[in-house]
Design a protein around this ligand. Sequence first.
Ligand code: HEM
Length: 419
Amino acid sequence: MNHPPHPVHTGNRHVPDSENVLSPDFWRRLPDDRDDVFAELRAESDPAFFSYSSVPGWPAQSGFWAITRYADIEEVCRNPRAFSSEPTVYRLEEAAPPGDEGSMLNLDDPRHTRLRRIVARAFTPRMLRTVEQDIRAIARRVTAELAERGACDFAAHVAATMPPEVICSMMGIPASGRANAVEVAELGMALTDPNCPVSLDEFMPKLVECLQLVEELVRHRREHPADDLITALGLANSDGEYLTHEEIGSFFMTLVSAGVETVRESLSNALVLLTEHPDQRELLLGDFAQWLAPAAEEVVRHCSPVAWIRRNVQQEYTLGSHTFRPGDRLILYYASGNKDETVFENPRRFDITRSSHPHLGYGGPGPHYCLGAQLARREITTMLHELYSRLPGLHATAPPLRRQVGIISSVSSLRCALD
Ligand code: HEM
């Protein structure tokens, strides 16, 4: 694979890698240190440009503009004609990874609107009600397993379990195909990491196997419709619109990569934050009905699992005092917008009582706003309710091990205990 090019400086000012928001070194720093760097960038009058040196195939001085302020991120998201999602939004290279070129995340109108209109069938209130029963059953089972296991790695044994099961059950993927489907999506995301030990040669056969399974399911459901998502997407609606089996395969991969890691991270982040802030935890445990939903929002604001997303300038556009030209590339730092002091009072404080939560954790306002936000909210609130009502002594016993994989801020390990 092509590795992301190595960043060297912003404008004429030399910036060490530890302060370069594109650099892996930056993402290895503690969250509080990163917040300091973002605060400095937000205070500058113009967006900062981070360039690369000696990159084969890249013109000299090419690189990315860092968009760090809440209002600027919002404005970019509202203007998809000027700021395109093609060819890709979640990597620095100039192409989407194999198998993901047709993902809705990486498309503009008219292809994006058509896909989004069809796949919105997956997220109707009826579909969400159906999946809610599964979410509750999974949350109960995982909590019972945790009660029996006791002290363990929360990230592996609790947070990792629910999200892939929910998506596979929504799609109607049989139990026999689930492990491979989840592995493919995880490898696909891991391939955006320059240190990924997996090669494309190892990845491709697994991808092909997964897409073949989806294709077989689509063919079968066309003959034998069922009450699942593959049937809803693969059969024409009253306007004659439906997805081809390739598009359904691609959509499934998008759902797994967009909806697994993000929810996992949020569950782990919730445990970290509620352990570090006993006053907030007490408030939540004292009145779930009032505080569960705001707590889930505040977790996603405070530790945004999608730390950044890319946009590609299509039309000349003036943002504040800076004019972008076609061909410029931007990175929207959602993690920074969510700590913008002009929008959030005392933004680094974890506070579940914030009166309004217009955060950017699920994306900015615009056509790519997270399709699964309602589903994610139900997963997070149901799991937190189940865990803390059955096991009120649950807490983290050590700081989490974090790493940045592409756009995702991930928790790879988090020790917990129940007393
Ligand atoms: C806490 C959990 C989640 C977070 C923080 C999150 C965050 C995001 C963000 C920031 C975007 C916008 C990307 C952009 O600006 O281009 C997005 C898009 C998307 N998300 Fe989520 N997401 C979460 C959960 C989910 C779940 C559970 C699903 C589905 C199962 C899902 C499906 C999608 C899809 C399909 C898109 C693409 C929408 C489009 O391009 O039109 N997400 N998500």
